[in-house]
Design a protein around this ligand. Structure first.
Ligand code: NZQ
Ligand code: ZN
Length: 386
């Protein structure tokens, strides 16, 4: 096992009816800006639960955070905060709203002249942020308890991430019932995102980290079991609860502590969203199977372990078992309704040179757990994904 430092300071309040707890967590004299997305929280009762919990508080609203949140929109929230002396943020929504709130929280206190620099420097120069909490409505990204934020700038086709110790949510309210209203596409997106987060911290090379390995396998098997049920029985609370907790655990730091990590699928996939607007999980489902094929030699031992322990594949040669595990992974994504080839989204690969250029511009030239995914290999992975 590798050395690690783990710090996961977000307080999690999990369960039915727990939005009501907000008033025990947010200071009574806070001047709150409630940040939300396109309006789903107005239709599913989540906003009214938040309002009820925060009766007597000063709460102003800032809506319109898009999926794959746009820098251009977030900057308007920063201006609003400066003009209205807001001192607490509450994100109510999915990963995009929470990520957007992290950026807003940091940008409002940023010492530099240009807040976009937060993204180009990966968050390195952040010295403080407005405190914030979140109410999660879409289990997927893990943003609710981590310190990562992914922001898109539409005018330059950039989708970048930053991380900072100043942007952990103080409190995350996780009520699985808030996810009942999700459309099937977003349910599937969430399952695939959490599945791929787990794989990117598991399918690397063995370091004898038994706890992390078995923890990853447990999350993967839970998502395999419960994912299809969430589509069949949208209001099954237990199913939603297991998925919500899996998705949070998949990217809150515990799984990746002390093990090598491979975020190449995410980095290649982000370009597909930036250039073509595909959903985050769709892009992962396209890239991951081809990346595993491309790197099957260096990932050989963990792929075999994955085949045996997650997919119960014990017959045939090692190569056959690895083939079957990669195929089963692709089929799982497809079974949830998420297509796994660029051509399924009417893309013919003509943007590959531009996406490879973007990877180069962003310094993403040696990716993967061995830093051996060069631009040439990224190009091959894109081409194989058509
Ligand atoms: O905007 P509203 O109206 O709320 O609708 C949203 C949105 O259209 C809808 N939705 C959310 N909860 C709902 C609901 N609809 C009905 N009922 C509910 N309960 O779902 C749509 C998608 O929401 P979004 O927040 O964009 O999805 P997700 O949570 O998948 O977040 C994706 C973003 O997170 C980033 C992605 O790159 C992408 O930008 N990621 C963030 C990470 C992190 N911070 O650690 C890691 C991830 O790998 C990922 O990159
Ligand atoms: Zn992801």
């Amino acid at each position: 096992m590798q050395n690690f430092t783990l710090h996961t300071p977000t307080k999690v309040i999990f369960g039915k009816g727990q939005i009501a707890q907000l008033s025990n967590e947010i200071p009574k004299d806070a001047k709150i800006l409630l940040i939300y997305g396109g309006g789903s929280i107005k239709h599913n009762g989540v906003l009214s639960q938040v309002h009820a919990a925060l009766e007597g508080y000063s709460v102003e609203l800032f809506g319109g955070i898009e999926p794959n949140p746009a820098y251009e929109t977030l900057i308007k929230a920063v201006e609003y905060i400066h003009q209205n002396k807001i001192d607490y943020l509450l994100a109510v929504g999915g990963g995009s709203v929470i990520d957007g709130t992290k950026f807003i929280a940091a940008a409002a206190k940023y010492p530099g002249a240009d807040p976009w620099e937060i993204m180009t420097s990966g968050g390195a120069h952040i010295t403080s942020a407005i405190p914030f909490s979140c109410v999660l409505t879409l289990p997927a990204t893990g943003s609710e308890t981590n310190n990562i934020s992914v922001i898109s700038r539409r005018e330059t086709d950039d989708k970048l991430h930053f991380a900072s110790p100043f942007v952990y949510p103080q409190v995350a309210i996780l009520d699985p019932a808030a996810a009942f209203s999700l459309p099937p596409r977003q349910v599937a997106n969430g399952i695939v995102d959490a599945f791929v987060h787990t794989l990117e911290q598991y399918l690397t090379y063995p370091v004898n980290a038994k706890v992390q390995d078995r923890y990853a396998e447990g999350l993967l098997m839970t998502l395999l079991e419960e994912g299809p049920k969430a589509l069949e029985e949208p209001e099954n609370y237990d199913v939603r609860a297991n998925i919500m907790w899996s998705a949070t655990q998949a990217l809150n730091g515990v799984l990746g502590a002390g093990v090598p990590q491979d975020w190449a699928t995410h980095m290649l996939a982000h370009q597909l969203t930036a250039f073509h607007g595909l959903d985050h999980a769709q892009t992962l489902a396209i890239i991951l199977p081809q990346l595993l094929q491309e790197k099957r030699d260096v990932k050989h031992d963990k792929l075999l372990q994955y085949a045996e322990r997650v997919w119960n594949l014990t017959e045939g040669s090692e190569d056959e078992r690895i083939d079957k595990a990669i195929y089963a992974t692709r089929q799982f994504f497809e079974s949830l309704g998420i297509k796994t080839h660029l051509s399924d989204y009417q893309l013919d690969g003509s943007s590959i040179p531009a996406m490879v250029n973007k990877l180069e511009q962003q310094g993403l030239v040696s990716l993967g757990e061995h830093q051996d995914i060069t631009l040439d290999i990224s190009k091959r992975i894109y081409e194989a994904s058509i």
